[in-house]
Structure formats: C-alpha cells, structure tokens
Design a protein around this ligand. Sequence first.
Ligand SMILES: [Zn+2]
Length: 132
Amino acid sequence: MKILERSLEIARAAYPSTYKEKKESLHWSFIWKKGKLLSLSTNDKRTHPLNSYNSKYIEKGRCSEFNGFIKLRYISPDGPQWHLCTLVNVRIDRERRVCNSRLCPACQNLVQYLGIKRIYYSTNEGNFEKYL
Ligand SMILES: [Zn+2]
C-alpha cells in the first residue's frame, strides 16, 4: 500500500541524526485521509516521573498517536471524519531499522473511541501489521 511506503520513507528521512548518540528510537504516527497526509507526529520525549519506578511498563512521555489526535481535533469539532482516516505507526531505531510500533493499551482505547477503522503498525521484521 502506497501510504505505508510513504510513511516509512518520511520517518526514515526525518530521523534526527543527533539521536544516534543518545540511543533513542522514535515513534511516528501518520494520519492519512484519501491519500492525503493530514498529520504526522512523534512521541514526546519528556520522561514521565513515574518512569523512575518502573520504566518497563510505563510509557515515556506522550504517544505519537495521541499527539496526532490532539493536532487534528482542531480541524473541526467532530474531528476529520475519523472513519475515513488511516493511522500508520512507524518506529525507527538508532540504526534506522524499522521496529515494533503496536499501539499501547491507552491508544487502543482511544482509537476505538474515535472510531478509526484502518490502523497499521510496523513490526520488528520490517513489515506492517493491520491492527483490528
Ligand atoms: Zn499510546
């Protein structure tokens, strides 16, 4: 699918070279509607204070999906007709490899609430998996 390839291309191209030293991976969310990119967003790198208690289970900062939804809320009071949108998640690691970007439990609930029907996320094998 074309929007999957395009999402991957953009995420790879935009990976900040400064992250390499910090060993970071970056999580992207792309929201497409009829072949048009409405929003691209990354996860928030701010560390949540609770991370110091259990970094394995608590998300760092705010998710990229969440940041994308916040942006698009302002297009209209009802959102950008979510049922016509496709959400594409991509994670790129410090070696610019594609890795798993499955939605976290909070974002899984959020997409259900918004009514987003088509969702894809990248896998450690470098492919995309359809969510739902
Ligand atoms: Zn999330």
